[in-house]
Write a protein that binds this ligand. Structure first.
Ligand code: NAG
Ligand code: NAG
Ligand code: NAG
Ligand code: NAG
Ligand code: NAG
Ligand code: NAG
Ligand code: NAG
Ligand code: NAG
Length: 899
């Protein structure tokens, strides 16, 4: 043990990447991939909008940060440029101008973003008496469909948010308490796994504790341009160093080194470092991140270690800060559970000679941002209406979002996907004919085009809008005669129609005041009616068809894609957390080993009559319990029938463990191996592949933020008694020891052979990396060939190259596992081979999404089953002995858990 500690010290001093096992574990828990994700971050990936800067300005670089600011005019069309009063020119330059919105209730920025990328979004508001009224207005700020905050005296607000589409919509809403305005809008990319939470995070406070300069720090001190506010308190003393903190790299949070150089500590005579915050809202969940680094070179008789309590209960510790190196404690605190006061105390443990310290503190409130989007067809139609008549009012961004504040003149349905149901363009100065695009708003109930200068005929399509109940066309210059169907609808009371004030419009039936042209067209009267009725029929049929398709789609996906939100998490948490004693009982004192995982042994257990697999995590250094708990809290909220269920966990005095449901039939790799006595039929293989693909699809598309599995392989596909497949080992950050001596030489992710080749250049694992791993697994499922053969032939020893070679030789039959003996529908297998090849495309953009993979695999299964029902002449005798899903097998397995 002593030897290992020495190793730690030396490795830190040299910055070498060689850590003893315990430290490796600690890092796993603590840093969540920091080595893998840390990327050179520079301000070129920042988007910084100086609102109100003239459109013709080419922008500027800020003197302090050297960040480039540009005008916001590209991102919004409404609002007016204003400047703050001269006495406010001492503020940062980006605050000198602002955009104010005296017109309309809603004004929106439309920002293009990169989907599934984590952003720090900061909006700043310096009123600066720009309008001479000396009265700071109050207004609402929306992100997507969710109210972000009410802006009043606050100077800036921040959100950490991962959009699930390629756009971000930020709206300012006038609430009748002054004119909304904005000074700057900034977007910073954050690493995917820092601040890893299910929902978005609203910044509550971010403090540089014990600051000695009283300055705010941002970029370039903080590589992500987080703003750290100086915090001092009469109850605190400060500690600081002139040495550099985190000179050899930091944890995944990478707080600004200059912030970490100072710390708050209790005043002489006190041993407590206390702080408290209050929650205004009963349902708030807070995330607190506390950053620690030892700033004093301790003598041999000195020691600093402390515990942290939350509302009087032990929360974390003992925490022993490391010399000039950041460690972070974090957790979620639910207000339901703990009342509205959050009181923290840091105090020394028994053998500590020094008081506690805290270098930096971040507190966020969890926020669920709804990224609602209107129905696409409606958006296209209304955008076309907008361009037909010129930009009308503040029509920017999504027409129906935020729901409470749609485009002026519109109202939308409350459907899951909002539809436009009413359009009111009265007195809007419209010229020309009634736009045909209005016909592409099929859900319209109300259409008001009154008091404009519209000309031409009243189009017949208006009578084909099935839901139209109220049509106002008065006070225009429309001509011709009214479509008979409209008149019919009006007569039978299904439509309120007003057309007064159109001097050239004939409103009688039969029309007496006909112009010669109208007379001519009257001869053809029957044809337009037939056309109209025919059109109506066609429309009805298409509408019915679309309805049917979406409905059956919904049915197919419905259950799988709903994400469970757990309102009583705190109650459940108790039940799912187990003590060491309970785990000893559960596993009958760790009697039966199921396998060996990357972090320790996996044991068989029984919990309330259900079988479980208990994955122990080697006892690690003292920190990290809460990081572990926070990650587990996230995993506990992920449920899908194709993902192994996390039943509970243990976090008891240094003993960490994860308790999973028991998977009776072990992992897929065992069943594919040559040694396996049972040969899986092609149908069973396809079903397993579909199950695994659906599990992955859910992680990618059903979770928010999406979860990248990072290690898709056949040993991580586990099988139940009935050969239903479930993915395991997802969502946990990990680093692997590379050899049995328990030292980490280099940090590797994933598993050789399954690892996305793009990882070597990008250092980043994405959903498409999982698709690659899945493609390799699918090749294994088809061929049963080892992923990497121990032969020197570099062209064929890797399964991907081998399949490529076989396909290019046209030798497809020999790809398939010979043990299946031709008992398969060949189109089904070929399609699967093609799919596998697409999944392992070198360019990740060419790989399909898991949604597509699932669809393709289901097609393969359909092909296979349709052949089956026709009877298969070539079916060999052996294939009858092949397993079918309903067969029950002997359940003895040595290692159902993956490595
Ligand atoms: C930008 O336009 C304004 C007038 O709209 C003009 O006064 C100013 O000189 C222009 N600036 C540049 C850099 O072209
Ligand atoms: C800090 O909190 C502890 C309880 O956790 C309390 O006993 C102590 O008096 C507090 N100290 C100060 C200075 O508020
Ligand atoms: C600090 O926490 C540890 C672990 O819970 C506990 O064993 C120890 O007694 C605590 N020390 C103090 C002074 O509360
Ligand atoms: C103090 O106790 C902690 C555990 O509570 C231990 O990790 C640490 O090594 C001890 N320090 C000294 C100097 O004994
Ligand atoms: C938002 O901006 C993107 C391009 O940045 C554009 O394609 C899209 O049409 C805009 N959306 C709206 C509703 O204006
Ligand atoms: C359309 O809006 C105008 C005011 O802009 C209002 O007077 C009129 O009643 C509205 N029409 C309908 C059908 O609601
Ligand atoms: C008709 O529109 C004009 C401006 O386009 C407006 O001045 C007038 O008040 C409107 N009349 C009615 C009845 O809404
Ligand atoms: C209405 O349209 C006719 C042509 O169809 C035109 O002669 C007349 O001037 C228009 N009236 C108004 C008020 O715009």
């Amino acid at each position: 043990m002593g030897e290992k500690e020495e190793k730690e010290a030396s490795s830190q001093a040299s910055g070498a990447q060689s850590f003893p096992m315990e430290i490796a574990m600690l890092r796993w828990l603590l840093f969540s991939f920091c080595f893998l994700i840390v990327q050179a971050q520079d301000e070129t990936s920042f988007l910084s909008l100086d609102c109100g800067l003239p459109a013709n300005s080419s922008g500027y670089n800020d003197l302090d940060t050297n960040i480039k600011y540009i005008s916001d005019s590209e991102y919004i069309k409404t609002g007016e440029s204003k400047s703050v009063a001269p006495e406010f020119l001492t503020y940062e330059r980006s605050q000198w101008t602002l955009r104010s919105f005296p017109q309309e209730i809603r004004n929106c920025y439309n920002i293009s973003a990169i989907k599934d990328t984590k952003y720090l979004i900061r909006a700043s508001f310096l009123y600066g008496n720009y309008d001479g009224l000396n009265k700071t207005p109050k207004f609402d700020l929306y992100l997507g469909n969710t109210r972000w905050t009410r802006v009043d005296d606050s100077y800036y607000t921040e959100m950490i948010h991962t959009p699930s589409t390629n756009k971000l919509q930020i709206c300012l809403i006038n609430i009748g308490q002054g004119t909304p305005f904005i000074s700057s809008l900034e977007f910073r990319e954050l690493p995917y796994l820092s601040y890893f939470t299910l929902y978005s995070l609203y910044l509550y406070s971010r403090y540089d504790m014990g600051s000695i300069t009283n300055e705010q720090y941002r970029y370039p001190d903080d590589i992500y341009d987080r703003a750290w506010e100086a915090y001092n308190d009469d109850n605190y003393a400060t500690l600081s160093t002139s040495d550099s903190v985190d000179a050899y790299g930091s944890n995944s949070f990478q707080p600004a080194p200059i912030v970490m150089k100072t710390a708050a500590t209790p005043k002489k005579g006190s041993k407590y470092l206390n702080f408290t915050w209050y929650s205004a809202n009963d349902n708030d969940n807070f995330y607190a991140y506390m950053h620690f680094a030892e700033l004093e070179k301790l003598q041999s008789n000195q020691f600093r270690g402390f515990n942290i309590t939350h509302n009087g209960e032990h929360w974390d510790g003992p925490i022993i800060p490391r010399y000039l190196s950041t460690t972070t404690s974090y957790d979620i605190f639910s207000t339901i559970q703990t009342a509205s006061t959050h009181q923290f105390s840091l105090f020394p443990i028994e053998n500590s000679t020094l008081p506690p310290i805290m270098n930096a503190l971040e507190i966020y409130v969890e926020m669920q941002i709804s990224e609602l989007e209107s129905y696409n067809g409606d958006v296209d139609a209304i955008s076309n209406v907008r361009s037909t008549y010129g930009v009308i009012k503040n029509w920017e961004g999504d027409p129906c979002v935020p729901r409470a504040y749609p485009w002026s003149g519109l109202s939308c349905s409350t459907d899951l996907v909002p539809r436009i149901i009413s359009l009111n363009l009265s007195s809007s100065g419209l010229k020309g004919e009634i736009s045909l695009y209005i016909f592409s708003l099929p859900m319209l109930q109300t259409l008001d085009l009154s008091n404009n200068s519209l000309t031409g005929e009243v189009p017949k399509f208006l009578s084909q809008l099935l839901y139209l109940k109220n049509l106002k066309l008065e006070n225009n210059n429309l001509s011709g005669s009214l479509p008979p169907d409209l008149i019919k609808k009006k007569m039978n009371g299904s439509l309120t129609l007003s057309v007064d004030g159109n001097p050239n419009l004939c409103t009688l039936e039969p029309c007496t005041k006909m112009t010669p042209e109208q007379k001519k067209s009257n001869n053809n009267f029957i044809i337009p009616v037939v056309a109209a009725v025919g059109g109506l029929l066609a429309f009805l049929i298409i509408a019915a068809f679309i309805y049917w398709i979406t409905k059956s789609n919904k049915k197919r996906q419905g259950k799988d894609n709903t994400f469970p939100v757990d309102p009583v998490r705190s109650l459940e948490k108790k039940r799912q957390q187990f003590t060491n004693a309970e785990v000893v009982l559960m596993t009958n004192n760790f009697e039966r080993i199921l396998g060996k995982g990357g972090f320790g042994m996996v044991y068989y257990g029984v919990l309330d009559d259900t079988q479980v697999a208990v994955k122990m995590i080697s006892p690690s250094a003292v920190q990290g319990y809460h990081q572990f708990q926070a990650e587990v809290t996230i995993l506990m909220r992920v449920h899908h029938r194709n993902l192994t269920n996390l039943v509970g966990y243990m976090n008891d005095e240094g003993h960490l463990g994860l308790i999973y449901e028991y998977m009776a039939k072990g992992n897929l790799a065992e069943h594919l191996s040559e040694k396996s006595s049972n040969i899986l039929s092609w149908e069973v293989r396809l079903r397993i592949a579909i199950d695994a693909a659906q599990g992955l699809e859910y992680l990618h598309h059903g979770c928010k933020p999406p979860i990248v599995h990072r290690d898709v392989k056949t040993t991580n596909i586990l099988l139940t008694e009935n050969f239903n497949a479930k993915l395991s080992d997802f969502g946990l950050s990990k680093t692997y020891p590379t050899d049995d001596k328990s030292y980490m030489s280099t940090v590797i992710v994933g598993t050789p052979g399954y690892l996305d080749p793009e990882y070597y250049t990008s250092n980043r694992l994405t959903e498409k990396s999982d698709v690659y791993g899945f493609g390799v697994s699918l090749m294994e499922i088809i061929s049963c060939r080892p992923v990497i053969l121990d032969t020197p032939d570099r062209e064929t020893n890797y399964i991907v190259k081998w399949v490529h070679a076989m396909v290019s030789q046209g030798d497809i039959k020999n790809i398939v596992d010979p043990r299946i003996r031709g008992a398969y529908e060949s189109n089904s297998v070929w399609k699967a081979v093609e799919l596998a090849l697409a999944c392992v495309s070198v360019d990740s953009n060419q790989r399909p999404t898991m949604n597509q993979v699932v669809i393709e695999l289901k097609d393969c299964l359909t092909m296979e089953l349709s052949q089956r029902s026709e009877s298969r002449p070539m079916e060999s005798k052996d294939s009858i002995e092949m397993m079918s899903i309903s067969m029950v097998m002997n359940a003895s397995h040595s290692s159902p858990m993956p490595r």
